[in-house]
Design a protein around this ligand. Structure first.
Ligand SMILES: C[S@@+](CC[C@H](N)C(=O)[O-])C[C@H]1O[C@@H](n2cnc3c(N)ncnc32)[C@H](O)[C@@H]1O
Length: 244
């Protein structure tokens, strides 16, 4: 079973290993954020979403249960209010949030607990923006991705429960099923990046479902393929509106 505290073990490298979200995604997100907007960043990590939100003038409360991750976030983004707790347990005043975000994090939450609590915390017309990276575009085959597919195919045992994280429509259903939120918009952003063997090692070590031996195999594959690979990624975004 994958561990929600996996990222805590990789707090030192998380920020530099993870690629930033694409500018086009931020263009869409920041349509809903103005100076002074009260934003709640759930599962904030080391502040991958907190930083650009603060730069846009938002007042950000970042919720992160991992103490080491939260400490790094607080050091890098002193303007954020950092709460070291889980999304299921955070105490929020009713109507005190204009926009909530969950960046590559919602799949860790118990939605039966989080969604009604979040609904209560959001002001009328409040939005919940959920997005994530999908590392590897299923529509693009590369020699490196074929090697990654072989590593994944050799696995046994259960994966993460709940909807497939790549399947934005399934995640949207899970987020709207309880009636607390309605889907307002969806978008997918395709992008690519070149990575060397060390960058692949650092990035894949942050993946909660990758063992150290598998990370070694991914990094070795890059070396065997010439020392540098082009990765095709997707990032999807769901814009949800709190129902009344
Ligand atoms: C993949 S990281 C995403 C971090 C950051 N938001 C980003 O965009 O890179 C998932 C984060 O969710 C946090 N997390 C796991 N379970 C959580 C929960 N129940 N409530 C809030 N955060 C949680 C982890 O500690 C981790 O920092």
């Amino acid at each position: 079973m994958v561990d929600p505290m996996h990222f805590e073990e990789h707090a030192d490298v998380y920020r530099t290993a993870r690629p930033p979200y694409p500018p086009a995604l931020w263009d869409r997100v920041l349509l809903l954020v103005a100076p002074g907007t009260r934003v709640l960043d759930l599962g904030a990590g080391t502040g991958e979403a907190t930083g650009p939100l603060l730069a846009a003038g938002a007042r950000v409360t970042a919720v992160e249960p991992g103490p080491r991750l939260a400490a790094r976030l607080a050091a890098t983004h002193p303007a954020a209010t950092v709460l070291v707790t889980r999304a299921e347990e955070v105490e929020l005043p009713a109507g005190g949030v204009d926009v909530a975000v969950a960046a590559t994090a919602v799949h860790w939450f118990d939605l039966g607990i989080v969604l009604p609590r979040l609904h209560r915390a959001l002001a009328p017309g409040g939005r919940f923006l959920v997005w994530r990276h999908v590392f590897g575009d299923p529509d693009v085959t590369t020699p490196f991705r074929e090697r990654i597919g072989q590593v994944v195919a050799a696995r046994s045992g259960p994966g993460r429960p709940g909807p497939d994280a790549q399947d934005a429509a399934a995640v949207a259903r899970a987020l709207t099923d309880g009636g607390w939120f309605a889907l307002e918009d969806t978008a997918t952003f395709r992008w690519r990046t070149d990575l060397d063997a060390e960058q692949v090692r650092a990035l894949f070590s942050t993946f909660s479902d990758w063992s150290p031996a598998e990370v070694d195999q991914a990094s070795a594959a890059v070396t065997e393929l010439g020392g540098r690979v082009t990765e095709h990624y997707r990032s999807w975004l769901l814009v949800l509106r709190a129902t009344r």
